[in-house]
Design a protein around this ligand. Structure first.
Ligand code: B12
Length: 212
């Protein structure tokens, strides 16, 4: 049996090879990918974040944990499949300007993709003009923005204003997320949807498009 505690420890300790190895074992044994992510990997990232906040871990450790999580996630991505028969809708997703965190954003992107959405992932540190251009060019149904810093979350409002200025706001639904975001904040900046995890992000996206 794959040792899920070992996966937790590997991500927490920033050890890429063991993280990938246990994940591979768990997949071979038929473990549920969502359970692997939510049960071991996300709690490990939360713990390293807590240690960082308490001054017990530092940026290099965060980077190593992120690398271990990403490596394991690569194996799970193709398995995050739902009822992907036809495209449910088109989504543009990115992390806002000034913010380099992309693990949660990529997880949301993978889950949406696995559940039938066409996803255009435009990366990290994305300025408003690039969000607007991507929505315009792709004709996306939903724009998803991620922010992990209290200093960058305010930029989401800037992007929404840029959509308004470009005459696109009524053509695209806006969803926001990331650790510092909550429903109240999402409403305050005029977003259409919010979710605190990748699973309910898919449900929210479907709800916004009326395909739930
Ligand atoms: C890994 C990490 C890093 C890595 C990022 C690597 C990478 N490629 O992503 C590195 C080392 C680069 C980093 C850098 C920094 N970080 Co950092 N980082 C983290 C850490 C530990 C984990 C984040 C993570 O990946 N979590 C796991 C994922 C799965 O969770 P998630 O991102 O929250 O995403 C989920 C939901 O939020 C939601 N979601 C996310 N996006 C979206 C979008 C939509 C549309 C929806 C619907 C849902 C959704 O679904 C996701 C999946 O379930 C957090 C601590 C934490 N607990 O969040 C700190 C944290 C975010 N970092 C922090 C800080 C301070 C920094 C730095 C400023 C440190 C420094 N002094 O340099 C820099 C900033 C760099 C920058 N400009 O962005 C602080 C932020 C404090 C604050 N309130 O602003 C935190 C909270 C740590 C702490 N406790 O102090 N960091």
């Amino acid at each position: 049996m794959a040792d899920m505690e070992k996966l937790y420890e590997a991500v927490l300790g920033g050890k890429l090879e063991p993280a990938v190895e246990v994940t591979r074992e768990a997949i071979a044994e038929g473990a549920d990918p969502k359970e692997i992510i939510n049960g071991s990997m996300i709690p490990a990232m939360e713990e390293i974040g807590k240690r960082f906040q308490e001054g017990k871990a530092f940026v290099p450790q965060l980077l190593l944990s992120a690398r271990a999580m990403k490596g394991a996630l690569e194996l799970l991505k193709p398995l995050l499949k739902g009822d992907a028969s036809a495209s449910v809708g088109k989504v543009v997703i990115g992390t806002v300007k000034g913010d380099l965190h992309d693990i949660g954003k990529n997880l949301v992107a993978s889950m949406l993709e696995g559940c039938g959405f066409e996803v255009i992932n435009i990366g990290i540190d994305v300025p408003a003009e690039k969000f607007v251009a991507a929505v315009q060019e792709s004709g996306a149904d939903i724009l998803c923005m991620s922010a992990l810093l209290t200093t960058t979350m305010t930029y989401m409002k800037t992007v929404i204003e840029a959509l308004e200025a470009a005459g696109l706001r009524d053509k695209v639904k806006v969803m926001v997320g990331g650790a510092p975001i909550n429903r109240h904040y999402a409403e305050q900046i005029g977003a259409d949807g919010y979710s605190d995890n990748a699973n309910s992000a898919v449900l929210k996206a479907k709800e916004l498009l009326g395909v739930a």
